[in-house]
Write a new protein. Structure first.
Length: 592
């Protein structure tokens, strides 16, 4: 039985199910052992010189009644014990998923998706088996075994002693090998996790694999990992088969011993008093005893597997939630969107040097602000902190004067609408993606947002329009369409603070201008932050914050920075020259 802190609570929660199921199982075990006694009596009656037909009929009727009771009882204990195990699996999976959604980005930077999926599938299934078939085999094995030995001892104590000794030795040996079973099962699970990681990563990057003609190489790497899983699985199965064969051989030897010795006792009936019916009854009890021995063997296997899986699940559930609400948390629902950053220095938990250094700036509520900088200058890191994805020191970032570290995670994230750099889309309909922040989005709810993001016309060209189901991560639409659907999703939330992280880089200049124009119109009085590389994206903003190597090097509007910031001037010149070169190349192509 699993007794870890994450698992023992379910025994109490479903105690009525387990108690009822165990009680019915014990009753069934007792009554089913009445059938060998009745059959033995029928045999002895028929072997007598004057058989009592009425007694035989009564015994047959009683056997039929017992069969009916056993059938109903088996339905009840299956429903209660197996039903409880399924409910536990359901609740434990929900608990694991809920915990997964609360874990910080640092956790997902270190863990792979394939490994996590192994916890939710293989490991959870092994734990469920412990709660269902495992408990059944433990209770059934013990009670049926005790009842069978008791009835055997009443018939012939000496014969029972000879039969019980090897059975006890066999059970003890099975207990000792459970650690080996657990270790080999854990090796198999870890190999499956590695294969899942590799497979998931290859499916996600299948376009890159094809582009670099790496299909054969990746197939070879997959074959190696698959072979490793195969070897560990075969090694585990061979071990289990050897155990089962050894148990089967031992049982057959004991059965042969009982048949030979029992036959001699029947032959010498006058001296021993054992009849043919009693020998039949005794053998039936022993055959009933075989199942408890096998059941306890299987229980040890199931428990050993579940123990290894439970340790992996417990390790996952024990992983600390880094970003969470503390005792002094403030729940503020009407944040307006002013942002103040004071002397912010930040280093990632697994980083060696700060990615942001002494950053300070103010954003007033309702301002449209551009944050500009070269790649790796710390812009996206700042967004992570504004979304409270990582912890930072107190009194470094304020929203409406409230320290972000004292604001609840829900308060902060409810206030912010975010368009991420990778424009992640779900494998759902376009309606569901744009209306992600709504409980039950309809086409009417999302149309306006789609128009503002300049993606409405594209959507209406699809056969299913807004009911179009996107492929995994939105692969069925172009990069520009993904960006605009992501923008529409954030606009549908209508947040007080809207952050767009390099969210128009995949669209043409005309579309970019249309989106920014729409944002200027509908976002009046609400804070909008554009993270960008292109000057064209931010030049009409109320304020531009220029980053370089993790520091704020200039703040002002386009005109002010053109006068005061050499770095900004250089970026403008370079991008202007780049546009001229690209325009010339296009003209040459048209002339050609």
């Amino acid at each position: 039985m699993l007794l870890g802190k994450h698992f023992r609570k379910y025994y109490l929660k479903y105690s009525l199910f387990f108690l009822l199921g165990a009680s019915v199982l014990i009753v069934v075990d007792w009554y089913q052992l009445d059938i060998p006694r009745l059959v033995g009596g029928i045999i002895d009656t028929l072997n007598s010189t004057n058989p009592d037909v009425d007694a035989v009929e009564a015994a047959i009727i009683r056997i039929a009644v017992l069969a009916g009771i056993i059938t109903v009882g088996r339905f009840i204990w299956r429903y209660t014990i197996f039903g409880a195990s399924r409910r536990i699996e359901y609740q434990l999976r929900n608990t694991m998923f809920g915990h997964a959604t609360k874990l910080s980005q640092s956790f997902y930077n270190q863990e792979k998706v394939g490994g996590l999926m192994a916890h939710f599938i293989n490991d959870l299934e092994a734990v469920r088996m412990s709660y269902g078939p495992g408990i059944l085999m433990l209770i059934d094995g013990l009670t049926l075994g005790i009842f069978a030995v008791y009835r055997m001892a009443r018939l012939n104590p000496r014969l029972t002693f000879y039969a019980a000794v090897p059975m006890v030795i066999l059970t003890i040996l099975l207990v000792f090998i459970r650690r080996t079973i657990s270790a080999r099962f854990k090796e198999r699970q870890e190999s499956f996790e590695k294969l899942s990681d590799f497979t998931q990563e290859n499916f996600s990057g299948i376009t890159v694999i094809k582009a670099f003609v790496r299909e054969m190489k990746e197939a070879m790497f997959f074959s190696r990992r698959n072979l490793d899983l195969y070897d560990k699985h075969i090694k585990f199965i061979k071990f289990i088969i050897i155990i089962n064969i050894a148990v089967g051989v031992a049982l057959n030897v004991v059965i042969l011993f009982i048949v030979v010795l029992g036959s001699l006792l029947v032959i010498n009936r006058d001296a021993t008093g054992m009849t043919a019916g009693q020998l039949t009854e005794y053998l039936s009890y022993f055959f009933a005893l075989i199942w408890p021995t096998m059941a306890l063997s299987q229980f040890i296997q199931i428990h050993s597997q579940a123990k290894g899986s439970a340790q992996r699940i417990a390790k996952f559930l024990d992983h600390e939630i880094d970003v969470r609400d503390h005792e002094d948390v403030e729940y503020v629902e009407d944040l307006k969107g002013s942002i103040q950053v004071k002397d912010l220095t930040f280093k990632y938990p697994d980083g060696d040097s700060p990615v942001l250094k002494n950053v300070s700036f103010d954003i007033n509520a309702g301002e449209m602000v551009g944050i500009l900088g070269r790649t790796g200058s710390g812009k996206s890191s700042l967004v992570d902190l504004l979304l409270k994805i990582y912890n930072l020191d107190h009194n470094r970032i304020f929203i409406d004067g409230h320290d972000i570290m004292r604001l609840s995670v829900k308060s902060v994230r409810n206030t912010i609408g975010y368009v991420p750099q990778d424009n992640f889309l779900f494998s759902e309909t376009i309606i569901d993606n744009i209306g992600f922040s709504m409980e039950h989005p309809t086409e009417e709810d999302v149309i306006e947002s789609a128009k503002l993001a300049d993606v409405y016309d594209n959507v209406m060209e699809f056969k299913e329009k807004f009911g179009t189901i996107l492929g995994e991560r939105g692969v069925t639409v172009s990069g520009g369409q993904k960006q605009r659907i992501s923008i529409a999703r954030a606009l549908a939330k209508n947040p007080e603070i809207l952050i767009l992280d390099d969210s128009v880089s995949a669209v043409d200049t005309k579309t970019e201008e249309a989106i920014i124009k729409n944002l200027h119109r509908i976002r009046k009085g609400k804070t909008t932050i554009f993270i960008a590389h292109r000057i064209s994206t931010v030049r009409k903003m109320d304020k531009i914050i220029l980053f370089d190597q993790g520091e704020v090097v200039a703040i002002g509007n386009h005109a002010q920075l053109m006068k005061t910031s050499p770095l900004y001037q250089d970026m403008v010149k370079r991008q202007t020259l780049e546009n001229l070169v690209q325009g010339g190349a296009v003209n040459e192509g048209l002339q050609g």
